[in-house]
Structure formats: C-alpha cells, structure tokens
Design a binder for this molecule. Structure first.
Ligand SMILES: NC(=O)c1ccc[n+]([C@@H]2O[C@H](COP(=O)([O-])OP(=O)(O)OC[C@H]3O[C@@H](n4cnc5c(N)ncnc54)[C@H](OP(=O)(O)O)[C@@H]3O)[C@@H](O)[C@H]2O)c1
Length: 270
C-alpha cells in the first residue's frame, strides 16, 4: 500500500474570505504548512489562529506587482520554500455588459488574470526548486455554461485565466499547473462564507437572477466546500511524475424537493 505523503508547504492567495479561507484552514487541518495571503491582514490573522501552529499570514495585493513579489518571498521564508500555490482571488462586478466601465474591466482583469500571473512568476523559483504545483480557481461560467447575464467581465476574465494556466504549462512543463473549475459553493461559516456578491446592486440582481435560473445556470444546489478542500489537498500532494491539468468540482443537480430551504422561506412551501 502506498504511504501517505507528508504535508506540503502551500501558499493560498485569497485566504481572508470564502473558498480561499476554507482551503487555507482545511489544508492546515490536513497536515500542510500554509501561508495565507490577501489584503485584509486582520482577517488573515484570525484565519491563521484557526489554522494553528506553523501557519503564517502575509498581506498581499495581487494588483500591485511589488506587493505580490514581497508577499511571496515572505511566505517562502516563513514556510522554508513553496511546494504548492493556490490562487483564489477574483472579483465579479455585477453590471450589464454595455454599462461595464473601463475601470471595471481593468480591475477585474488585474485581480482575476494579471495577478495570477504575477503571483506565479514570483513563486516560480520556489516552485522549480520543489518541482511543485500551482492551482487556480476558475468558474463553470467560463467553460461549462454561457456567460451569465450581468457577469460578462467576470466570465471573460475566467476564460482568460483558463488560457493563462495553459500558457504557464506550455512554458514550464516541468511543473504542475491545474485549473480547478468550481461550481456554486457558499464556502464555510463566519468569514469563511463567500463575500463574492457583497457589493452587488440588489435591484439589478433582482432583474437578472430570474434569467440565471430559467436558463439553468443557477440550480440552487450548493456543494460542500470540504469536497473542494479535499481536491486541493490531493493535488498539493502530487509528485513530479504527474500533471493534473483540469478538474471540475461542482454540485450534483438535485430535484426541487431536495434543495435546502432558506430560513426566511420556512413555512413558504409554494
Ligand atoms: N463561491 C462560488 O460559488 C464560486 C463559484 C465559482 C468559482 N468561484 C471562484 O472561487 C474563488 C473564491 O471565490 P469566493 O466566493 O470565495 O470569493 P470571496 O469570498 O469574495 O473571496 C475572494 C478572496 O480574494 C481576495 N482578493 C480579492 N482581491 C484581491 C487582491 N487585489 N489581492 C489579494 N487578494 C484579493 C479577497 O481578499 P481581500 O479582499 O482581503 O484582499 C478574498 O480573500 C474565486 O476565484 C471565484 O471566482 C467561486
């Protein structure tokens, strides 16, 4: 029987909220040494306290090349090297495509695409030394459904991220580069809950959400974030003989009767 491999030194970017936070803490629980990066250092400090001994918190803005480079170096120094990089940051402005401004497009691409490449470049010497792996959270809305109305810049940026992962693999085939296509997931509790839609305009959302449901993009099914953590854990442990190029982690479709009932809707059985 194969021996369980020991924990890896993993940098998780976007670990202050939602899926990234759950991944960072979940990897620590599964025996990895983790460095948790994002802009909100106070949140990272709380995540590190949950992750336990050996975890480090490093402030990082992926839209700033010098911040990104310095943060990766600090993370590598704290962990004693980097075996795996997990890139989770993304923003998604809710706006109709004709209303999406230059600044909005630029901000979305800086966070979701360019930042991923800058972070990978900064981590490259460490990943080379470890013959390591890099993973990037993408979305079903870039590859498995048409773009959701109102989230055009997000879907287009994730399609660019998907190609970015291939570009890195093409130039550095000695490393593992994995696209993790993610379906709907609320994340965990407290600060582990996704904050992705926090700044969306409620009225516009109300106008758009019906089209997401009737087109079958949004089914109401959510996956358990621990399943995603298990996948990231498994990829982190792969050795230099393998490259796992792409994996989709998405909820199974359920019947309407099986959908979880939101507390606000209890008693409303229409
Ligand atoms: N939740 C879902 O259902 C779902 C579905 C498909 C795909 N995904 C993907 O999963 C990933 C995580 O989504 P989520 O729902 O967990 O979102 P979230 O709760 O909004 O978390 C986003 C994370 O990105 C970080 N971030 C944003 N801008 C950054 C910057 N400039 N520099 C450094 N970090 C930055 C945020 O931290 P700071 O603000 O502290 O910097 C935060 O930790 C995204 O890539 C998303 O596209 C999620």
């Amino acid at each position: 029987m194969a021996e369980e491999s020991s924990g890896r030194r993993v940098v998780v970017i976007g670990a202050s909220s939602g899926l990234g936070r759950c991944i960072g803490i979940g990897l620590a629980e599964r025996g990895h040494s983790v460095a948790l990066l994002a802009r909100r250092k106070d949140r990272l400090d709380r995540a590190v306290a949950e992750a336990g001994d050996g975890a480090v918190a490093v402030a990082c803005d992926v839209t700033d090349a010098s911040s990104c480079g310095a943060a990766i170096e600090e993370a590598a120094a704290g962990l004693g090297g980097i075996d795996a990089l997990v890139y989770t940051p993304a923003i998604g402005h809710l706006s109709r495509i004709e209303d999406t401004s230059f600044d909005s497009w630029q901000g979305v691409f800086a966070t979701n695409v360019t930042g991923a490449s800058l972070a990978t470049a900064a981590a490259l010497p460490h990943l080379k030394a470890a013959k390591g792996v890099a993973m990037y959270l993408s979305s079903v809305s870039s590859s498995e459904t048409p773009p959701w109305p109102g989230l055009a810049s997000y879907a287009v940026s994730k399609a660019a991220l998907d190609k970015l992962v291939e570009a890195w693999r093409a130039e550095h085939p000695d490393l593992g580069f994995t696209r993790i296509t993610v379906g709907e997931c609320a994340g965990g509790e407290g600060e582990g809950l996704t904050g992705f839609a926090d700044d969306w305009d409620g009225e516009l959302l109300g106008d758009l959400v019906g089209s997401w449901v009737t087109r079958g993009y949004m089914t109401g099914a959510l996956m358990d974030v621990r399943q995603l953590v298990d996948v990231v854990d498994s990829i982190s442990r792969t050795d230099a003989s393998v490259c796992l190029r792409s994996v989709t982690v998405a909820p199974r479709l359920v019947t309407p009767e099986e959908l979880p009932v939101h507390p606000d809707q209890q008693g409303d059985q229409r």
